[in-house]
Design a protein around this ligand. Structure first.
Ligand SMILES: Nc1ncnc2c1ncn2[C@@H]1O[C@H](COP(=O)(O)OP(=O)(O)OP(=O)(O)O)[C@@H](O)[C@H]1O
Ligand SMILES: Nc1nc2c(c(=O)[nH]1)N=C(CO)CN2
Length: 220
């Protein structure tokens, strides 16, 4: 799609480090590994320093086709001397390296990287809209974001306040590394000590295909 030249606010390097917030999401393939690689690839970008990372969350899909797997989501904060457009371009390159294709709007994806905020830059350009226009409607963005930075604001809007409103609606659970899970009540009762069942749980938690009730990724 042709959008014409980008405005200077998106193409100009700031000349000093600016704080930007990036949302990561994945619901196809080995999502835990993908997010770990993506974090490392963002950290390795020239002109980008990662200054904060939220915990990972397992989230119900919002929008898009019925029946897509749960997402693993996370938010990271960076300090960057890149322009907003250059940052987006680098992130899209990382998405592509992870096999990201754009077929269905809000469809399942191996990796999605969205720029949520870039300093105080405001843009309504379709190539890079800032702040991200749907960020404050999305529990999968604001809940991990407020865990990372309870004092965050988007314009005059407190991310904490928005997260507090969205969190009770559900759909966002802390990701629990299967290796660090406490034994659950079934284990304690000795009713589920089968090693094969534990392995299946662990695989479901990292495949992105498990259900929210039995994937080992939800809070317990
Ligand atoms: N803040 C932003 N962050 C990332 N992409 C953006 C942003 N604003 C506009 N875009 C544009 O949106 C286009 C579609 O992006 P993408 O395929 O990641 O959308 P999506 O993740 O399916 O949906 P959503 O935009 O609701 O998160 C990209 O090509 C990009 O140019
Ligand atoms: N749970 C969840 N739902 C989504 C996500 C996402 O990252 N997580 N991304 C979308 C498009 O950006 C659409 N829907």
């Amino acid at each position: 799609m042709e959008h014409g030249p980008l405005p200077e606010v998106l193409t100009q390097e700031p000349g000093y480090p600016v704080t930007a917030v990036i949302a990561l999401g994945a619901n196809l393939g080995d999502v835990v590994e993908t997010l770990a690689l993506a974090r490392a690839e963002i950290a390795a970008l020239d002109g980008v320093t990662v200054t904060g990372e939220s915990p990972m969350v397992v989230t119900d899909p919002v929008g898009g086709p019925e029946g897509q797997p749960e997402y693993l989501n996370q938010v990271v904060e960076v300090s960057t001397t890149l322009s907003p457009a250059a940052l987006l371009e680098r992130l899209q390159r990382i998405e592509l390296e992870h096999g990201r294709t754009r077929e269905v709007r809000w469809g399942a994806r191996t990796l999605d990287l969205d720029v949520i905020t870039f300093g105080s830059v405001v843009s309504d350009h379709p190539l890079l809209t800032l702040p991200h226009p749907r960020a404050l409607e999305r529990g999968f963005v604001v809940v991990p974001w407020t865990w990372m930075d309870p004092g965050a604001f988007v314009g005059s809007e407190s991310v904490f306040r928005v997260a507090r409103e969205l969190e009770p609606l559900g759909g966002v659970r802390p990701y629990m590394d299967p290796a660090h899970r406490l034994p659950d009540s079934r284990d304690a009762a000795g009713a589920d000590t089968d090693a094969a069942a534990d392995t299946a749980d662990a695989e479901a938690a990292t495949s992105g295909t498990g259900s929210s009730d039995d994937d080992g990724a939800s809070a317990s």
